[in-house]
Design a protein around this ligand. Structure first.
Ligand SMILES: [Zn+2]
Length: 464
């Protein structure tokens, strides 16, 4: 049984979908005004592991991730870039999806954009107005937090001491500064993007878009809402206020929050020189698989310290697992399946599932994979590995990897193609009496553990 930590109840709870076998989940997506950094991607990789594990457990998943394509920082930066809203945000949306692909993050079922859901936002404002939760001031519409007694339940905020009726217009602010927040903003500058609505010409506050898109695609109450811990206040608190203020129903059953990422033990910042985007790291020669591995190597609910040494470690951990998979594929086993192998498989599966069921303990899941590698390697070394065990080991590895997504496709075929090409080149070199080149190819391959054998039928190769 899967247990997940729920920020709302501050406990780990057994997970069960609200309806049937389908999990409806929402994750706050990127604000598209720059390249995503690895702190952002720790969140997206963690959400991806959650969705993949839910599927592993046999659930259907409907996962919505919004694209925030209108927001304070977007307006600031599109102006600086001299670009229009659509042109500016489309570019960064594409770049975000490119990084998503590189990190092997599965696409959510739906990727709605905020600016395509203004009508749904207006509907929520109408319901909030009818329920007495809103007021207008200087052309903007605000949510009055004093009208909702449960306001603050997610973040544990105490409302005493907050000035009644004090307002905030910006999208992000501190917890000690809880205020009535803006739903619909009157334009401040002439060239600001704007929409015409019954609440005047203007643009939505950040929080409103997530309530609108979540409820449109997942219903007024759904299972899981994800995001980084930095979104608990004000963003998620305000999403709850807007949604529950409009519907009088519980908005989300389980709030799933991903802890911070530190780099070299410090908060990531451009001025500290420890700020990395995915492309910064791939340009340094690290693989996206290693970035993904490091991001999921500790459970989502604890802080992760990201270092370049950790990334090197991740590269070799992946290489070890891939070499193991290749060894299993290539081994000629005994005729019979061996009971010690079957026992190791059962043990690994149980450990993997026990770890994942306990609030997605990904480091425990990786440990189960490495134990499997150790046990099977020993069985092979001791000649207790059956031909029939091959398929079961490979199937279990594939099923673990359907959750972790770190091993990727086997590279054996590319190796084959590469060796065949070198053999042809060597043949041509010998025909041209370029024996130096021919010998060099043979030696290079030998160094990589590949032995060439010239036979009357042509050159054959095998691994040492
Ligand atoms: Zn959101």
């Amino acid at each position: 049984m899967l247990k997940l930590r729920n920020t709302l109840t501050r406990t780990r709870e057994e997970f069960k979908p609200l309806e049937g076998n389908t999990v409806r989940m929402y994750a706050c997506g990127p604000t598209v005004y720059g390249y995503g950094h690895i702190g952002n991607f720790r969140t997206f990789v963690s959400v991806d592991v959650l969705r993949r594990y839910l599927k592993y457990l046999g659930y259907e998943v409907v996962h919505v991730m919004n694209i925030t394509d209108i927001e304070d920082k977007i307006i600031r930066d599109m102006r600086a870039a001299g670009k229009g809203l659509e042109e500016f945000t489309s570019f960064y949306t594409e770049e975000f999806l490119r990084d998503v692909g590189l990190l092997n993050i599965e696409h959510p079922e739906l990727l709605p954009r905020a600016t395509h859901h203004i009508d749904e936002m207006v509907e929520i404002m109408k319901r909030l107005e009818a329920n007495g939760h809103t007021y207008e001031s200087e052309g903007s519409l605000y949510f009055s937090i004093a009208t909702l007694p449960t306001y603050g339940k997610l973040s544990g905020l105490k409302l005493e001491g907050n000035k009644a009726g004090a307002r905030v217009d910006v999208d992000e602010y501190e917890k000690d500064d809880a205020r009535d927040f803006v739903l619909w903003k009157a334009p401040k500058e002439e060239d600001e993007p704007r929409w015409e609505t019954p609440y005047g010409i203007g643009r939505p506050g950040w929080h409103l878009e997530c309530s609108a898109m979540a409820m449109k695609y997942l219903g007024e109450s759904f299972d899981i809402h994800c995001g980084g811990v930095d979104l608990i206040f004000p963003h998620h608190e305000n999403e709850i206020a807007q949604s529950e203020g409009a519907t009088s129903k519980p908005f989300v059953k389980n709030w799933f929050h991903i802890e911070f990422l530190l780099v070299d033990g410090k908060k990531m910042s451009k001025s500290e020189g420890n700020f990395y985007t995915v492309r910064d790291l791939t340009e340094k020669g690290f693989s996206a698989d290693a970035i993904r591995y490091l991001l999921l190597s500790v459970p989502y609910s604890t802080q992760l310290n990201f270092t370049l040494d950790g990334l090197k470690g991740a590269e070799s951990a992946i290489e070890n697992l891939r070499n193991f998979r290749r060894r299993v594929k290539e081994i000629d086993g005994n005729a019979e399946s061996q009971s010690r192998v079957q026992e190791a498989l059962t043990r690994a599966r149980e450990e993997f599932e026990a770890a994942m069921n306990y609030d997605l303990n990904t480091s425990g899941a990786l440990a189960a994979m490495f134990e499997l590698r150790r046990d099977i390697n020993t069985a092979i070394d001791e000649d207790e590995f059956g031909e029939a065990d091959k398929a079961s080991v490979l199937a279990l590895l594939a099923s673990f990897d359907s959750v972790l997504g770190i091993l990727g496709e086997d590279k054996v075929e590319t190796l084959e193609a590469e060796v065949e090409a070198l053999i042809e080149e060597r043949y041509a070199a010998r025909k041209n009496r370029d024996f130096a080149r021919a010998d060099q190819i043979r030696n290079d391959l030998a160094e990589r553990g590949i032995i060439l054998e010239d036979t009357p039928q042509g050159t054959k190769w095998k691994k040492k």
